[in-house]
Write a protein that binds this ligand. Structure first.
Ligand code: PEP
Ligand code: MG
Length: 573
């Protein structure tokens, strides 16, 4: 993977995929290995009495509870709540009681605790809903107590007095709540891709990050490294050149807050919208100046559920988002179940290739009814709010599917139907496809994985899974051209982008130059994208987009485009 790696012990450059901009120097701290399960029913070690083993177990649970409580007292917001809940789990009497009972019958403290926690987690999972989510806390506490009994570092984000560069194989969603951006300077992972949790967290916290840097497994605690999230490189034992780059980054010009008016230097309007996943998210996006919602991921209402949420619950959830954007545009994406978003009551987990299976819009053929009921709930929520609600379906592959979805929207009373372009066939036939609906929005995350035939969840394929790949850019252009040609009556169909590509300020310029009308992104990307768009005219954007289209690789496309946008460096982007 790393053609540029120099096999020199003193200085070594490791390549990966830069997924969040920034340049820093710091000491590495490795995420501890996950705690391996003890052998089933292992006996108490020779020479230890039952009383001594029970005492060891008690001490370990108390120590874990005390550490978590202390960390909770220093944390704020979500992190404090997660830590407090986990501390409570660690001091849970019934867990200790059942484990102690097993120790009394001769089982080692580690095995006893493992088994007892397993039973509690299984019970909680069976209860479903909120209680099922607590099962994860029990399993986390179990690992912590077993680590304490073994005298090895606790799992999860390490704690340290000095800020550090966090190295991990990959980060799990549960790690995100306890990641303190004041303590972590940058993230480097050997695994994960541009759409991995690590990448998403890093971008949302504004931390430099590199994923899929396979050879960084060689880094050890205390190694001093330069992390270049812009070029996707980690340099061990950095020298003066790296120090200068890190300094230049530290003294970058602060980005102005987004003023809610996306436009190019020549005044050409490019509305900047936000991707949201809940009512809370929508409120935060509106506060950040988003000019609307370009992608409401409705899965938030469905994921982690074992049955379909009821009509009223769905109406309330969608209305919470619409109300945050009264009078403005909110693009609702209907349920995108399957592949990376499995839903037990809708998707078939025995499919050999879930990403190529019955997912997104396709679920309506295998399980009719869910989509129709969702459209009815969206329509009712839209009816009772001021927002300008547009509705689109994910994973549309043919004009016939687009036409059928438009008919379903009309039947539900929804007035602006659209499609997501995520499958190459949809991009190639964009004119015929968009002729059936009112708009299209390109999901570059999926469009990239399907164009490059590279699973978006596989770190090993991260280099292929890059929206800078010129082949992906050609399909984006085909979609924008198709939308422009679709309105036979002279009214072109607008084409937006709502995948992660829109959040990359350099790529945003390319997208606009390719003919994309609106960009929708994580709200934290709004200031950077807005600031860079303001530095180019439409003619510049078109010229820069051509450079990217003509490149032979993602790296070449990115380098040619970045060379045209000097303000990226000024803002440290
Ligand atoms: C996409 O595929 O680009 C997209 C926006 O949808 P998701 O990431 O939710 O699949
Ligand atoms: Mg998608």
């Amino acid at each position: 993977m790393s053609e540029s790696a120099q096999y020199d012990d003193a200085v070594r450059t490791f390549s990966g995929v830069g997924v969040s901009a920034g340049r820093v120097i710091g000491a590495v701290k490795r995420m501890p290995d996950p705690v391996a399960p003890p052998a089933d029913g292992a006996p108490i070690a020779d020479g230890m009495s039952i009383e001594e083993e029970s005492e060891r177990l008690k001490q370990a649970t108390q120590a874990v509870a005390a550490t978590l409580k202390e960390r909770a007292s220093k944390a704020t917001g979500d992190a404090a709540a997660v830590l407090k809940a986990t501390a409570l789990m660690a001091s849970d009497r019934s867990l200790l009681k059942s484990a102690t009972k097993l120790v009394a019958s001769g089982t080692s403290a580690e095995s006893a605790l493992w088994e007892a926690a397993d039973a509690v987690a299984t019970q909680l999972a069976a209860l479903g809903g909120y209680m099922a989510e607590r099962a994860t806390d029990v399993l986390d506490v179990r690992s912590r107590i077993v680590a304490e009994l073994r005298g090895v570092p606790a799992p999860g984000i390490p704690d340290a007095d000095e800020p550090f560069v966090l190295w991990a194989v990959d980060l799990a969603p549960a790690d995100t709540a306890t990641l303190d951006p004041a303590k972590v300077l940058a993230l480097v992972t050997s695994d994960g891709g541009p759409q991995s949790h690590t990448a998403i967290i890093a971008r949302s916290l504004g931390l430099p990050a590199i994923v899929a840097a396979t050879e960084t497994t060689a880094l050890v605690d205390g190694d001093v490294v330069f992390v270049d999230g812009i070029n996707g490189e980690v340099v061990r034992n950095p020298g003066e050149a790296e120090a200068l780059l890190a300094e230049a980054y530290a003294s970058r010009v602060e980005l102005p807050a987004f003023d809610g008016d996306g436009r190019l230097a020549d005044g050409h309007l490019v509305p900047l919208l936000s991707n949201v996943g809940s009512g809370e998210d929508a409120v935060a996006a509106a506060e950040a100046g988003a000019q609307g919602v370009g992608l409401l991921r409705t899965e938030f209402c469905f994921l982690g559920r074992d049955k379909e949420p009821g009509h009223d619950e769905q109406v309330a959830a969608y209305k919470a988002v619409f109300d945050a954007f009264g009078g403005r545009k909110v693009v609702v994406r209907t349920l995108d179940a399957g592949a990376d978003k499995p839903l037990p009551f809708l998707t078939d987990d025995s499919e050999p290739n879930p990403a190529l299976g019955v997912r997104g819009y396709r679920c309506d053929t295998a399980t009719p009814g869910v989509l129709g009921r969702q459209l009815a709930a969206i329509a009712e929520a839209a009816e009772s709010s001021e927002a300008d609600v547009w509705t689109m379906a994910p994973m549309i592959s043919t004009p016939a599917e687009a036409a059928r979805f438009a008919a379903m929207c009309a039947e539900a009373g929804l007035k602006t139907p659209g499609v997501m372009v995520e499958v190459p066939s949809a991009a190639v036939l964009a004119r015929q496809l968009t002729a059936e609906v009112d708009f299209a929005s390109i999901g570059t995350n999926d469009l990239t994985q399907y164009t490059m035939a590279a699973d978006r969840q596989l770190g090993a394929l991260a280099e292929l899974n890059d929206p800078w790949q010129p082949a992906v850019l050609h399909l984006i252009k085909a979609t924008a051209d198709g939308g422009a040609a679709a309105g036979g009556d002279g009214s072109p169909k607008p084409v937006g982008v709502c995948g992660e590509a829109a959040a990359d300020p350099a790529l945003a310029v390319v997208l606009v130059g390719l003919g994309v009308a609106t960009l929708s992104m994580n709200r934290r990307a709004l200031p950077a994208v807005a600031a860079i768009l303001k530095t180019v005219s439409m003619d510049d954007a078109r010229r820069i987009a051509t450079l990217a289209l003509e490149a032979g690789s993602a790296a070449e496309a990115k380098a040619h485009v970045r060379a045209e946008l000097p303000d990226l460096d000024r803002f440290g982007l």
